[in-house]
Design a protein around this ligand. Sequence first.
Ligand code: 5AD
Ligand code: SF4
Length: 461
Amino acid sequence: MKKVFVKSYGCQMNVYDAERMADVLAPQGYVETADAEDADLVILNTCHIREKAAEKVFSELGRVRKLKDERAADGRETTVVVAGCVAQAEGGEIVRRAPVVDLVVGPQSYHRLPELLAKARETRGVVDTEFPVEDKFDHLPRPSRDKIRSRGVSAFLTVQEGCDKFCTFCVVPYTRGAEVSRPAAKILSEAEELAAAGVRELTVIGQNVNAYHGEGPDGRDWSLGRLLRRLAEVPGVARIRYTTSHPRDMDEELVAAHRDLGALMPYLHLPVQSGSDRILAAMNRRHSGDDYRRIIERVRAARPDIALSSDFIVGFPGESDADFAETMRLVREMRFASAFSFKYSARPGTPAAEMDGQVPEEVKAARLAELQQQLEVDRQAFNRAMVGRTVEVLFERAGRHAGQMVGKSPYLQAVHVEADDIAIGDLAPVEIVEAAPNSLHGRKKGHEGAAAPNAGRASAA
Ligand code: 5AD
Ligand code: SF4
C-alpha cells in the first residue's frame, strides 16, 4: 500500500481538485495520509493569486526536501509533485529552482497523474502544464460512497473553470485559462452520486461561477440560475451555495433563484474589490460602485434575509486617500456579514503590475488595517444579531466535549449545540443563545431543557 499526502493552498477549487487527485490515485493503490512523513508521494496543490501564496510553495519545498532526504536515509523513496496554479504559471522554472520536485502538473492535466508519475520515475523533472483538448472530468474516476462519506456532509462541486474577465490585477485568466462550463447533465449526475452517499449541502464552485453557461439536457445553454433550480430537485440535497461570483453576471434568473429556492442559502459572496469608480475602471471590473449597490438592492428585494460577503483589494496602483474613502463608504453602507481583504500584490504578467502609481507598502498596510477593523465590527454585529433567532443548522461533526455537536448556520457560522439526539448530516432548528467571536451557541428547538454551557449568561445579558 502506497501513501499520498496532498497539501492544498488557496481557494475552494484547489480543495476540490486535491480530492479528485486522490480519486485518480486510489485505483493505483494509493491511500491518503494526513502525515507527510509517512507519504511515498507528496503533492503540493498550489495557489498563485498573491505573491505570498506563491512564495509559500518554495519554503514548503525546503521542508519537503529534508523529509525526502531523511526517508532516503531509511531506504524509502519519496516522489514530490507540484500541482495547481503555481505549477501552471511557473512550469519548468519550479524544477530548476527546486530540484527536489519530480513532477509539475497544471490544474487541467491532473487526470494524467498515473502516466505522468510513471514518466517521472524514469526522468526527474517532468512538466505538464498543457490545456489538453480532452475534458479532465471525463477521465476522473468517481470516488466510492465510503470515500464521499468520509469527506463529510458538505461537498464542493465544480461546474465552471477559468475566467474571461481579465481584471487587471488577477492571474486567474492565465493560470486557469478561458471560461469553460461543464454540461449540466454531468454536474447533475455528480450531484446525485454525492447526495446518494449522504451529502446534504452542495457548494457549486467556479472561478466565475455565475458566468456559468453550460449545455443543458435540452441542448440549450443553461445559466447558473437554471442549474441551481434543477440541483435543488436532487433528492437528499438540502442546501445549495455557490461561489465565487462577478457582479456583472448577477442575471435575473439567478436573482429569481434566490427568491424561489428554499435550498439556496441566503448568503451571497459577491466580490466588489473597491468602492471607487476610478479604481474599479482601472481594475477593468466594468461596473461602478452604484452598479454594485443596485445589484445588492435587487438581491435583497428577492431575498430579504440575505447576508453578504465580499473581497477587497487595498492599495491598487493609483489608489488615493479619496479612492480608499469610497471603499470605506461602501463598506459602511453594505454592512457585510463577512469579508476577505488583501493588500494589492503585483503579479507578473498582469497589466496592473506595470501601472504607474504603485502604492507604498506602509500605505497599503494602514488602509488594510482600517478596512479590516470596520469589517470586523460589522461581522461581530451580524453575529450578535443572530442571538434570539432560530435558524436551521446542518450538523457536520462532533464537538470537543461529549454530547456537543457542531454545525453550520445558513450564513456559514459555526454553531455549537448540546444534544445527544443529533447525528452528523441532520438539519435541525436551533435557537441561537450566544455569539462568541468565532462561533455561535444554540439550543435545539424542542430541547429547551438542554441549554448550551453559557446559555444562562447570554440570556441574562
Ligand atoms: N493582489 C491582491 N489580491 C488579489 N486578489 C486577486 N488578485 C489579487 C492581487 N493581485 C484577491 C481578489 C479576489 C480574491 C480571490 O483575491 O480580491 O477576489
Ligand atoms: Fe480574477 Fe475574478 Fe477578475 Fe476573473 S473575475 S479576473 S477570477 S478577480
